[in-house]
Design a protein. Structure first.
Length: 135
């Protein structure tokens, strides 16, 4: 059994720790807001999209986004806060699973304990659209 995180692509699997995946937030000047890690390539995933987000306490994501075709499921790991979905605010707590249809604009805000969550969905190149944080 391999435990070094390299995986065995010949056998059809890959293991990576999400903390070892590059945090791209600093690359775009968003390190004060939190972390954003996208391990799809690190895992060798072809059709599955995965993201790990950590938003610092009382911070809001720097921008909203939506998709043309990709449905997403957001799973809250720890902390809490809100998701604003096409202008409607929804409270979030640990172990909540939030499904979001493609065309729904979404942005997340952390509560006083911060917000940590995973996002799952299909990987569709060029499908995302960034929107202003205020709507």
């Amino acid at each position: 059994m391999t435990t070094d995180g390299t995986g065995d692509t010949a056998m059809g699997w890959t293991l990576r720790n999400l903390r070892d995946v590059e945090d791209v937030a600093p690359k775009y000047g968003f390190e004060a807001v939190g972390e954003a890690r996208f391990p799809r390539a690190d895992l060798g995933a072809e059709g599955t999209g995965l993201a790990y987000h950590r938003i610092r306490p009382a911070q809001r994501q720097a921008f909203a986004h939506r998709h043309e075709a990709a449905e997403e499921v957001h799973v809250i790991l720890s902390g809490g806060g809100t998701a604003t979905l096409d202008g409607e605010e929804v409270a979030l707590r640990p172990m909540d699973a939030l499904r979001v249809s493609p065309r729904v604009a979404r942005i997340f805000t952390a509560g006083p304990e911060g917000l940590e969550y995973l996002v799952f969905g299909p990987h569709l190149e060029g499908d995302g659209e960034m929107l202003p944080a205020d709507g």
